[in-house]
Structures are given as structure tokens and as C-alpha cells.
Design a binder for this molecule. Structure first.
Ligand code: SF4
Length: 247
């Protein structure tokens, strides 16, 4: 067994205490690339995406299912992961300082680092985000809100709350309170109602930005999101990278 746990190819049926934050451990990275942030308030910002391995949430529409398992059978080198030509469960392990060296070796120019997954908040991200800010980067975390968010105080936190998913994980109030933006995927009215229930926990202290993002560019979802954003003065988030054909 590795130092914490392995999810062996399946999503557990419900939340349990095995899912604790990974402290003092090396990052496990499934993918890393430079691009333009395509979603949410930071849309358009040149970014390095660091996709961490592991997620027990189990969203049926997930487009990164290859990140779910955290299985040492798929541990490989950074060279192999960075030269992937298609999605796979392969990941590499690296320490924070070495990750910054890898940015330089790859010639990345972007100064905004987006830590995504998978579920990045399975990891204690305070050491990495603090190091990045100390070296002049800005940081952003994209999380489902099902783990405590541990990061630098200036990290931009995007919570896309995942409610009633197969993994049985609960959205944490701490994550909603720490959010700079809540970016909620919507396909139907039920999803707006779910979001309202979550926001009710915040006792009126809402994050600065609430964005609705139509799931899978469906027209009905887009129409619903537009109508709701106008009615509530929320923002519409489109997955612009999918419209312009970039990652
Ligand atoms: Fe996929 Fe994200 Fe849902 Fe995890 S939280 S299953 S990575 S969409």
C-alpha cells in the first residue's frame, strides 16, 4: 500500500473517513500543460494547468475519469506523462520545488498556475501555493468543495460544488466560505435549487462571483443558465476552450 490509500478502479459507495487530506506528501500529477483558462472569472488568463491524480466524487458526466484512480501501478516518469498523446491513468510524483524547475524546463511563460484534477483538495496545497506565490506566480484551485480547502491566502479558489454524486461525498461549508467564485454546472432547474440550498448555508455572505456553467454545451442548459444569470445578476461561464478547440 502507498502511504495513504489507493482507490482501486471504482468509486466507493459513500463517504467515509478514509478520505482525509494528504499532508506532507509528493504531488501526483496526471497532466500538465500551458494554455488559456477557458472557464469562470479567470477566462482568458494564460495558465499552466496542473492536473492532480485522484478523485472519489464520481460525477457521471466527468470528462477526466482517467484521474479517478490513485493506483501505483500507473506511476511513471514526468517525461512519459508530459509526452502523453491521449488521456490515461498514468501519473508521476514530484516535490513542489522540483515542479517549479519542471515549469522552467518546459519553457512555460504563463504566470498563473491552475491546480485542478481530479480533486486537488485531496492534497494539502499550502506548501505548493505558498512557494508559487513567493516566486511571483498567481494560483488558482478548481475543486468540487468536498475536501477542506488548504492553500495560500491569495489563491483564487473556484468551487464547482458536486451534489449527490455516486461517491457520496458532501460539499463542505468551509469550501463554500473560502470560495472566490462558485461555478456551478447546470443542466436543469434541480441544479439551481441545489445551489440555492448550498448558498443558504452561508448566511448571506456570498462569494464575490457566482457563475452558472451549462453542462456539455447543451442548448436547454445554456438557455436556463442565461435566464437565471440575468434574473439573479450572476455570471455565465462558458467552456470557451471547447468552442475554440484548445485544451
Ligand atoms: Fe470528475 Fe471533477 Fe467530478 Fe471528480 S469532481 S468526478 S474530477 S468532475
Amino acid at each position: 500500500m502507498p502511504e495513504f490509500y489507493v482507490i482501486l478502479g471504482k468509486i466507493p459507495s459513500r463517504i467515509n473517513n478514509r478520505y482525509t487530506t494528504l499532508h506532507h506528501t509528493r504531488l501526483k500529477i496526471n497532466e500538465m500543460f500551458e494554455t488559456i483558462q477557458g472557464e469562470g472569472v479567470k477566462t482568458g488568463v494564460p495558465s499552466v494547468f496542473v492536473r492532480l491524480q485522484g478523485c472519489p466524487v464520481g460525477c457521471p458526466w466527468c470528462d477526466t475519469k482517467h484521474t479517478w484512480t490513485l493506483d501505483e501501478a500507473f506511476l511513471t516518469t514526468s517525461d512519459e506523462v508530459l509526452s502523453k498523446t491521449q488521456e490515461s491513468e498514468a501519473w508521476f510524483s514530484i516535490e513542489d520545488e522540483a515542479l517549479l524547475t519542471l515549469f522552467k524546463e518546459n519553457g512555460y511563460q504563463a504566470k498563473h498556475i491552475v491546480i485542478t484534477g481530479g480533486e486537488p483538495c485531496m492534497y494539502d496545497l499550502r506548501p505548493l501555493t505558498s512557494l508559487l506565490h513567493a516566486r511571483g506566480y498567481t494560483t488558482q484551485i478548481e475543486t468540487s468543495g468536498t475536501f477542506e480547502v488548504l492553500c495560500h491566502e491569495d489563491t483564487w479558489v473556484t468551487v464547482s460544488p458536486k451534489v449527490d454524486m455516486k461517491g457520496g461525498m458532501q460539499v463542505l461549508t468551509q469550501a463554500l466560505e473560502r470560495a472566490d467564485e462558485i461555478k456551478h454546472p447546470v443542466a436543469m432547474q434541480k441544479h439551481i435549487d441545489e445551489l440555492d440550498s448550498l448558498l443558504a448555508r452561508l448566511d448571506g455572505k456570498l462569494p464575490a462571483h457566482i457563475c452558472l456553467q451549462p453542462i456539455s454545451q447543451q442548448q436547454r442548459a445554456t438557455d436556463l443558465a442565461i435566464a437565471t444569470c440575468i434574473a439573479r445578476n450572476w455570471r455565465l461561464s462558458l467552456q470557451t476552450h471547447k468552442y475554440i478547440g484548445i485544451e
